[in-house]
Design a protein around this ligand. Structure first.
Ligand code: BES
Ligand code: ZN
Ligand code: ZN
Length: 496
């Protein structure tokens, strides 16, 4: 998709979107023809500018777009910060049709401060997960995609950079969605790693891919335990990606930000096999890893002045004669031993080794991990808030603030010292689920397990199980994978 700017209404626009406010007949900055049309609609009481209202008219005037849609934004001083993105994204979502390929978006001066939100809303909604349809249905799938967003705004030069940034970010989010939605026979350990390698070439980050033999040599026993049930093709790999901007001071070089993402290609649960419903869509379990890759892929384009390390452990969690079993004990990369109490608590196992390795090798200032880690987090918070936990209040608060700005909301869950105690093992140092009460505070207990592997690094854990993949999307999203976390983390990295 392309973004362009235009000063005129005649540049072949299929649908023009015009925000209007309640009690505003003047429409400052609007084209005289649009003002006239709007005033007619007002006089005919077809629209009043009320929030949520919209009226689309079809014109056969050569000097005007074919369809013009006025959308109500309510009273100017009552607009809430999250609304512009939702109103514009939502309207575009419902206006898409095969005939709408070029969307014009008029941005009046009152909405200039929401420029990025509005453009992101329009770009994020321009996505379809139906990538495998053929024949007539394939046209239907493409129907929901437009080719170009034409922005009409006064002083366009002031907004060109922001438009480009919004496009770079939403492209990355849409690529992350493709990875997360990707069926496991298309997006597997091999192809995920290949994809990361290709992105590293075009986006100026280094990549090292550790394969199963490397992991064995390095004694990543927790990670390899989960991989034991996978077929030999579905080997384990660990992606280690490093972005370092040119000219970074020595001091900042020594304080990178470490991002770790769970890359579970398919989670069957293993011998603690998931119930039928629980198996649905467990290809989404690589969302944390896909998000970390998505972030790495934009840092150079957005000129982020921070060294960032991304680590993604990739494996399936399957079951065969070699699969790991409850009651087995494994020695993790850190040297700590782990007693398996449930093979479905596999995410924390692969994150444990990835976290200890990243912290040991790169000595980060901040460590942030993202994982579709627990159904418990989903039950507690639903699909609009991800859980955040960690060991550093300031890091948690900063991330919450960044998420509020990008509408990727985080809610802090508690980390009680007793939870960490509850994760102590009977025969080994720790156990992968606690004794009998795992249904209580499950998200916090998973975080308590991870805490054993973060040493004294400033660390935050984002449990994205409820928000990474959903049936009921936000107004400016599409169903299935959401790409949650890309915009939030880039926002954080641009400020810290
Ligand atoms: N991948 C799942 C968590 C999940 C559930 C993600 C639903 C997205 C949607 C994770 O590996 C898991 O199975 N967690 C267990 C932990 C339990 C065994 C303590 C769970 O949540 O049931
Ligand atoms: Zn699991
Ligand atoms: Zn999982």
């Amino acid at each position: 998709m392309k973004i362009s700017f235009s000063g005129s209404l005649t540049s072949n626009i299929d649908l023009l979107i015009c925000p209007v406010f309640k009690n505003d007949k003047i429409l400052k900055n609007y084209d005289i023809k649009l003002k006239k049309i709007y005033n007619e609609l007002l006089n005919d009481k077809l629209i009043s500018g009320e929030k949520g209202e919209s009226e689309t008219i079809i014109k056969s005037d050569k000097n005007l777009p074919k369809k013009i849609c006025f959308i109500g934004f309510g009273e100017k001083d009552k607009l809430l910060d999250f609304e512009p993105r939702e109103i514009i994204g939502g309207k575009i979502k419902h206006s898409m049709s095969k005939k709408v390929k070029r969307i014009g978006l008029f941005i009046p001066s009152e909405l200039e401060k929401y420029f990025t939100d509005i453009v992101e809303g329009a770009c994020l909604v321009n996505y379809t997960a139906a990538k495998f349809k053929t024949g007539k249905d394939s046209d239907k799938a493409n129907e929901s995609l437009f080719d170009e967003l034409i922005i009409i705004i006064s002083n366009e030069n002031k907004f060109k950079k922001a438009a480009n940034e919004a496009l770079v970010l939403s492209d990355a989010v849409n690529r992350v969605r493709d990875l997360v939605n990707g069926p496991p026979n298309y997006v597997n350990v091999e192809t995920f790693a290949e994809n990361a390698k290709n992105l590293s070439k075009s986006n100026a980050f280094k990549i090292t891919i550790l394969d199963k033999r490397d992991l064995e040599r390095m004694k990543m026993g927790a990670f390899l335990a989960v991989n034991r049930g996978s077929d030999k093709k579905g080997g384990a790999k660990m992606l280690i990606m490093e972005y370092c901007p040119k000219g970074l001071s020595k001091e900042l070089f020594k304080k990178p930000v470490l991002l770790v993402g769970k890359g579970l290609i398919f989670d069957s649960g293993g011998y603690n096999l998931k119930p039928q419903k629980g198996l649905d869509d467990m290809h989404q379990d690589k969302a944390g890893g896909a998000t970390v890759l998505g972030v790495l892929s934009v840092l150079n384009k957005l000129n982020i002045k921070r060294r960032v390390i991304g680590i993604v452990p990739l494996t399936e969690n399957l079951l065969d004669a070699e699969a790991y079993k409850p009651s087995e004990v494994f020695t993790s990369y850190s040297g700590k031993t782990i007693e398996i109490r449930n093979t479905d608590a596999e995410g924390r196992m692969i994150l444990a080794d990835a976290l200890s390795y990243g912290i040991k090798m790169f000595k980060p200032e901040y460590t942030i991990d993202l994982a579709t880690l627990t159904g418990a987090c989903m039950v507690a918070l639903g699909d609009r808030y991800a859980g955040i936990m960690g060991n550093n209040k300031k890091l948690i608060d900063d991330l919450i603030k960044c998420g509020n700005e990008t509408d990727e909301l985080l809610w802090e869950l508690p980390m009680h010292r007793d939870f960490k105690e509850a994760m102590k093992g009977r025969v080994a140092d720790i156990r992968n689920i606690d004794n009998g009460t795992s249904a209580l505070a499950g998200a916090s207990k998973a975080a308590a397990f991870l805490e054993y592997f973060v040493e004294d690094s400033k660390w935050a854990h984002l449990d994205i199980a409820g928000v990474a993949f959903m049936e009921k999307p936000k107004a400016y999203d599409q169903a299935m994978a959401t790409g949650f976390g890309v915009r939030l983390l880039v926002n954080f990295l641009s400020k810290n």
